[in-house]
Design a protein around this ligand. Structure first.
Ligand SMILES: [Zn+2]
Length: 250
């Protein structure tokens, strides 16, 4: 009898596990990796859950309530979404008022609805994968001659350097080439968030995030791709969208 109970309990756990896995889908593995790498801590939020229902964020709603939102110790952008999970910088989260949290949540939910994470992943990783594949095929096609030059001749070293450079640039260039596209996605998510949340709350949340960052960017960051519109531009765009919303509702 005891064995039967244990078996039933195992079956229930298995079924529950399958149901939860169905919700996350195969791509949920990416958010799982993110959770482990960032040592993220889960928390529940009824207000965010209600917003997810209003915005019909199916990836979030499919997941169990205990594993939708996570806090991490440091997140430069304050908040980040990945497939079916939203991550908050713990310090930033504590600074947010309820309306600001909803506004930031609406912005992140728009990223999830539009699958920006998958699109960014593809645009960033496809070029280096293509370059690595071409190099691999060339090496395979010329394997006999490669054996004679690698690794003891200058030609072998030169070839290795060329391969390393090709992989490096194919990995770095997409970040710069897609910077404008990233900024457009951020603007789109800001404007869509205003449809579901308070525009002024989104602005005050952005100002709070700006205060968390160092005032003067260091020398190195000046050379990094600009993937977010300026704070001034975001405030301007959000106010235009909020005015339009209030005109339509009056
Ligand atoms: Zn964003």
């Amino acid at each position: 009898m005891k064995n039967l109970n244990v078996t039933n309990s195992l079956n229930e756990n298995l079924k529950r596990g399958i149901r939860e896995n169905d919700g996350r889908g195969k791509l949920g593995v990416l958010s799982g990796i993110n959770i482990r790498l960032r040592k993220a801590r889960p928390f529940q939020s009824e207000p965010l859950d209600r917003l997810a229902e209003v915005m019909q964020v199916s990836n979030i709603l499919k997941k169990d309530k205990a594993h939708r939102y996570y806090k991490v110790d440091f997140l430069p952008q304050g908040c980040l979404s990945c497939i079916d999970t939203v991550f908050f910088d713990a310090k930033y989260y504590d600074m947010l008022l309820p309306e600001e949290l909803l506004a930031v949540g609406a912005h992140e939910f728009n990223h999830i609805i539009n699958r920006h994470d998958i699109k960014r992943f593809a645009r960033t990783l496809c070029p280096p994968i293509a370059v690595a594949t071409i190099i691999g095929l060339l090496v395979f096609a010329n394997s006999e001659s490669m054996n004679t030059i690698y690794p003891f001749s200058n030609l072998g070293v030169s070839l290795l350097m060329m391969v390393a450079c090709a992989l490096f640039f194919s990995l770095v260039i997409p970040f710069y080439a897609n910077a404008k596209w990233h900024r457009q996605q951020e603007t789109h998510c800001d404007l869509s968030a205003v449809k579901f949340a308070n525009g002024e709350a989104l602005i005050s949340a952005l100002i709070k995030l700006n205060k968390l960052r160092p005032e003067k960017p260091d020398r190195f960051s000046q050379f990094l791709p600009v993937t977010y519109p300026t704070l001034e531009q975001r405030i301007k765009d959000i106010r235009v969208a909020a005015d339009r919303k209030s005109t339509l509702s009056s």
